[in-house]
Design a protein around this ligand. Structure first.
Ligand code: GDP
Ligand code: GDP
Ligand code: MG
Length: 287
């Protein structure tokens, strides 16, 4: 977000009169921050109208209006995680490398901080190293972990045993790590479908969270299209917003997918995950 913030500070930091250069600079900053052409155009039209209506020439007014517009756009979606079932079963899905496993570690810590008990299911059995990676994260977060009993075990079976473990031990939250790639996309969607069906024999699925990498922006959304179409996604997790100059992606992705953002990843450390709070985010983005 540094890029966008720096450009806005340039625009709004010193008291400046709003002129055509201001609008040009703001448009360039928004496009650069991945707001996308549609949102940029519609927000600029709205801001011009407001600036006219209040006949202000003060760039600080424009900054406040921009912040309010960002917040208003974000507020159209409900960011609340539905974790009231016991156990609350959460499936984490998304393409390789977006940050699923890291998010599970952080999420386990995040809910652990609220006193909830967590078990992680290592159901990405497609890659051997994935099991050790998620187990290490679970350990760091103080969560239990259910691993495959043999290499390449059916992910649905690992997921089933994880929920079984939670029910047996009274563990409150179940986080299931999943594979991001198989030989075919169809194969992967079939596998996720099977994980869901088998888990639902034991407990309803509380959330299916699709992880998206902010640095890949629109391209990442295209790559995740199969998940959006057929995985029953209930929420988005946007990772790698730290150091990403693409904060506008957060607005764009909700508008384009119609799915609420529920968590934000802002770094590689275990504490670098927060819930999504529109006014906090708007303040951070616009200042
Ligand atoms: P997966 O393949 O989807 O499970 O992705 P991983 O969890 O293995 O993460 C892939 C890479 O992204 C790792 O190097 C992580 O450290 C990194 N990563 C994940 N989340 C974040 C984040 O919020 N910020 C940054 N900077 N890196 C992240
Ligand atoms: P279907 O593929 O939708 O017909 O689902 P199945 O009921 O055949 O189960 C598919 C897979 O889920 C099985 O091969 C097991 O790996 C796993 N599974 C289903 N039920 C159980 C169960 O009771 N215990 C365990 N450990 N795994 C199960
Ligand atoms: Mg992974």
């Amino acid at each position: 977000m540094a890029g966008f913030g720096a450009r806005l500070r340039n625009l709004f930091g010193t008291v400046r009169t709003i002129d055509e250069d201001t609008w040009d600079d703001l448009e360039a900053a928004m496009i650069g921050a991945d707001f996308g052409p549609d949102i940029t155009e519609s927000m600029l039209a709205d801001l011009r109208e407001k600036v006219d209506r209040y006949s202000t020439t003060d760039s600080r007014d424009l900054q406040r209006m921009l912040r309010e517009d960002v917040e208003e756009r974000l507020a159209g979606f409900d960011p609340t995680l539905k974790l009231t079932d016991r156990p609350a079963v959460v499936l984490i899905v998304g393409v390789n490398g977006v940050g699923k496993t890291t998010t599970i570690g952080k999420f386990a810590k995040f809910v652990g901080n609220y006193g909830r008990s967590v078990v992680v299911g290592a159901a990405d059995t497609f890659r051997a190293a994935a099991v050790e990676q998620v187990a290490t994260w679970a350990e760091r977060a103080g969560a239990a972990v259910v691993r495959p009993q043999h290499p390449g075990q059916d992910p649905a079976s690992v997921a089933y045993q994880t929920v079984e473990y939670a029910q047996r031990t009274g563990t409150e939250i179940v986080l299931i790590d999943t594979a991001g790639r198989l030989h075919t996309k169809g194969g992967l969607m079939d596998e996720l479908g099977k994980v869901k069906r088998v888990v639902e024999k034991l407990a309803p699925i509380a959330e299916v969270l699709l992880v998206l990498d902010a640095t890949t922006g629109q391209n990442g959304v295209m790559q995740a299209q199969a998940f959006i179409e057929s995985a029953g996604v209930t929420g988005l997790v946007i990772t790698k917003l730290d150091g990403s100059a693409k904060g506008g992606f957060v607005l764009r992705v909700q508008d384009e997918t119609g799915i609420p953002i529920k968590l934000i990843g802002q770094g590689e450390r275990i504490q670098d995950l927060t819930g999504f709070t529109p006014n906090v985010f708007a303040q951070g983005l616009v200042g």
